[in-house]
Design a binder for this molecule. Structure first.
Ligand SMILES: Nc1ncnc2c1ncn2[C@@H]1O[C@H](COP(=O)(O)OP(=O)(O)O)[C@@H](O)[C@H]1O
Ligand SMILES: [Mg+2]
Length: 244
């Protein structure tokens, strides 16, 4: 059975889709077969980030609600990375049956990565298989901290034990100049261990907007590779924060 990683956050715009694509590319580099599932209904964006919107025909709702075969719906976006797009409208698929679908699809891939909408959708999180690993993506600030803690409580109630934090848009100089929150504080306040720290990378918005895959040399990609290794249980220490 492959790994199932769910990328979530309380607030919007924290970098969930960026991390989802970054991890997919990091696993691809390691020769793994990856399925990305976009469930951000209405705001879907993974097809745009891969520049494949013109090729989209079906979405996750076609599998869940209309029993369309998986092979008809998945879009191969690049070598070893398949995508299932999100519905263009809200309430486009049944959440409970989506959870059951995740059980079956993990047999076919090394990694299944689910890119979630922001927020605290109890029905969605309750439907997730308990073997899911959930990565909560937040910035290093008080709002991110509270958002992560709230989501963690909800996931705990849903029976999901593997829940970790990814700090995104990390800026060492902002941390140095602001003594209100440290990495230790965010661990204490959110009750979550940190899976990775992704630096602020000015290249990312442009690469996403142009529908290009990640530049393997950009600094964020190194962080995605470290997180990918940790997801496969490899022991990768956090580099010095001033040299991410
Ligand atoms: N580490 C980062 N450094 C710089 N910009 C980032 C970083 N992570 C995400 N972004 C940018 O932030 C915006 C929101 O990211 P996105 O992944 O779409 O967030 P979400 O899926 O949580 O709404 C995008 O323009 C993206 O390129
Ligand atoms: Mg997103």
């Amino acid at each position: 059975m492959g790994f199932l990683t769910v990328i979530a956050s309380g607030k919007g715009g924290t970098g969930k889709s960026t991390l989802s694509v970054g991890l997919a590319c990091a696993f691809q580099k390691r020769g793994r077969k990856v399925l990305l599932i976009d469930v951000d209904e209405g705001l879907r964006c993974l097809d745009l980030m891969f520049g494949v919107s013109d090729r989209l025909v079906f979405d996750i709702g076609d599998i869940i609600n209309y029993s369309k075969p998986l092979d008809d719906v998945v879009l191969n976006v690049t070598e070893n990375i398949d995508l299932i797009a999100a519905p263009a409208t809200l309430n486009g698929y049944d959440k409970k049956r989506f959870g059951e679908f995740l059980h079956s699809v993990t047999d076919r891939y090394d990694h299944v990565i689910v890119d979630c909408p922001a927020g605290l959708d109890v029905e969605f999180f309750n439907a997730l298989p308990i073997f899911s690993e959930v990565l909560i993506v937040e910035p290093l600030d008080m709002i991110g901290c509270r958002s992560a803690a709230t989501l963690e409580t909800l996931l705990h109630a849903a029976g999901i034990k593997h829940v970790f934090l990814v700090i995104n848009r990390f800026d060492y100089f902002v941390l140095k100049g602001n003594s209100t929150l440290s990495l230790d504080d965010i661990v204490d306040k959110s009750g979550l261990m940190i899976r990775g720290v992704v630096p602020y990378d000015p290249n990312l918005p442009l690469l996403s907007a142009e529908g290009k895959l990640f530049d393997r040399n950009c600094v964020a990609f190194r962080a995605f590779c470290r997180i990918a290794d940790r997801l496969e249980a490899k022991d990768v220490p956090l580099p010095k924060l001033n040299n991410l």
